[in-house]
Write a protein that binds this ligand. Structure first.
Ligand code: EPU
Length: 338
């Protein structure tokens, strides 16, 4: 395990913005973390854990130690007639892990195909797409306490999952390094096909027999149509969360804007798509210098090539401002800003 100085972070963030970290180290095995605990650089500077770098915006250089997660490995830990428990180390690429399960016909995460990022980041924000969230299949995770070196197990309830939320994003922020994630998957698939255009896409594919693989393929096609490939256009997926409003607030909003799309969460709370709000403010596909919003999905902020993190952050503030002005709704950022 070595610590390098002044390393460029451009290849390590899907926004593709330039920034450097003062110190950089790769975590290849748990022992690397144990060794680090005794290192003065580790003890004296702030730390940042980076996996796929797909949910971060660097607006400045990082003046501490960046821990790049490269813990690899996937194993089946238990199996019954109906289920399989599969454990993936946190540095695995999320989509590669999904494909591994899909190939084995293990169901539960096929709707989460093609989400950029690492396995270790998935529980932090309880990744979700097309009617499925990680919490639906999550069994437990192992985490390394960055203060004490203890290895702790977090069960599903301990993680306090919510919409793009977990305990690791708030009260325990920065405290743990996720080592592995264990999911409970289905050997007898219970497909979730009701969200958006999944059925439509499957029909268009004209398949003879539905399978985990076909659902995953359909999701990949849907995502590729709507969302930019970070290898071609820098981005970090949805930049903001979809705001949740009360029934009374929503009624007033709907009176004024009868076309507003919505998802009802319960009797008093309603989720409004941030992409729609942003589009209504005229931002969809708009270019501002080297940054802007994606032409097919206004919720995705993009780097057209040479944008700085500061420019993207400024655009995000301007978007928040117009949405507040027009709708009296404050958009909350999903992406972490450094
Ligand atoms: N919409 C617009 N204009 C836009 C974008 C969306 O009017 O520019 C409308 C759509 O027409 C639709 C609604 O907003 O009525 C919802 O759009 P979509 O189905 O694309 O989903 P989303 O709510 O914008 C969420 C997740 C995505 C996830 C999709 C599919 C959040 C913040 N985002 O987006 O997750 O892939 O649903 O399940 O919850 C991510 O978190 O990075 C991410 C990409």
């Amino acid at each position: 395990m070595t610590i390098k100085s002044n390393v460029s972070l451009k290849p390590f963030n899907t926004f593709g913005v330039s920034a450097t970290t003062k110190y950089f180290t790769r975590i290849e095995k748990i022992a690397d973390l144990q060794t680090l605990l005794k290192n003065p650089i580790y003890q004296q500077t702030q730390k940042l854990i980076l996996g796929g770098g797909s949910n971060v915006l660097f607006t400045q250089d990082f003046e501490g130690l960046l821990l790049y997660n490269n813990l690899k490995g996937i194993q089946k830990v238990k199996e019954t007639k109906e289920h399989v428990w599969v454990k993936a180390n946190s540095g695995e690429n999320w989509h590669q892990f999904v494909l591994y399960c899909v190939e084995k016909n293990w169901a539960g995460i096929e709707n989460l195909s093609l989400i950029p990022g690492s396995v270790g980041a998935a529980p932090l924000q309880n990744i979700g797409a097309y009617g499925v969230e990680l919490k639906d299949v999550f069994k437990e995770l192992e985490a390394f306490d960055l203060q004490t070196g203890e290895i702790v197990i977090f069960k599903n309830q301990d993680c306090r999952f919510g919409y793009r939320e977990s305990v690791f994003k708030n009260v325990l922020k920065g405290r743990y390094f996720v080592l592995s994630v264990t999911l409970k998957l289905d050997k007898n698939p219970q497909y979730k096909l009701d969200y958006g255009v999944i059925r439509q896409q499957l029909d268009a594919m004209n398949i003879s027999k539905l399978s985990v693989k076909e659902v995953s393929n359909a999701i990949c096609i849907i995502r590729q149509k709507k969302l930019p490939n970070p290898k071609k256009i820098g981005n970090a997926g949805s930049f903001f969360k979809n705001p949740v409003v009360s029934q009374s607030f929503f009624e007033k909003l709907q009176n004024q804007f009868p076309d507003v799309p919505f998802y009802r969460l319960d009797a008093d709370t309603i989720k409004v798509p941030a992409g729609w709000l942003i589009e209504q403010c005229g931002w969809k596909g708009k270019k501002v210098g080297q940054t802007g919003t994606y032409k097919n999905q206004a919720l995705v902020l993009v780097n057209h090539g040479a944008a700085t993190g500061k420019e993207v952050a400024k655009l995000a503030r301007d978007i928040q401002f117009s949405v507040t002005e027009k709708f009296n709704i404050k958009l909350e950022q999903e992406v972490n800003t450094i």
